[in-house]
Design a protein around this ligand. Sequence first.
Ligand code: AMP
Length: 220
Amino acid sequence: MKKIVIFLGPPGSGKGTQAKIMAQKYSYGHISTGDLLRVLSNNENAPDDEKQALADMKAGKLVADWLIYRLAFREIEKNLAAGRGVILDGAIRNLEQAKKYQEFFKEKKLDKEVLTVEVALSDEEAFNRLTRRRLCKKCGEIIPWLPTTKDLSACQKCGGELVMRADDNEAVIKQRIVDQGNTTLKPILEYYGGLNILQKVDGEKQIAEVEKQITNILEK
Ligand code: AMP
């Protein structure tokens, strides 16, 4: 299995859910830049330049590339140093970033160890899912939207309160789909396709089915 696995897909495609499942299954480090940014936004002592960059996140826009590199590269290095591969979740959202990560992997002589997986979903379905999913206030677990989600009164992992994610309101979701939906993904997918390191799964399918498809790809 490749040491660097990159999940791509619009917000709500389930790439975070699948990244977590795969990281646990293969003892890989799970690196979600969204999670790293949410931790940072709860840190009152964060440097001013980082706090300013986070304002874009609240508006549903992409945050500055330099902050992403600062957070993600440090985590990748930590995992590699511990002998673990990594699963990147949402860590690449524009072509510039895709190229920069690839340079970073090349410097580490790991550019042949990269595999990207597109979890494909239409923007319309992404919108429907994002307006319905929930976040656990206590442990940060994202509960994907399933017909049963509306009946949950607490997080099934830790009992914490379930809330809407701060950036899961309709106006912000619309902005996120403009910034991070299929139009924005296209050049990134073309870039990885050109490197011959892109695989695709159908994100409309049920979680267990998508998991099976990804497992087959990773173990090939
Ligand atoms: P997520 O939890 O992956 O949906 O990310 C939440 C928010 O964090 C996004 O809407 C962006 O504002 C920001 N973000 C996460 N990853 C990136 C990235 N690679 N580049 C720019 N912004 C990002």
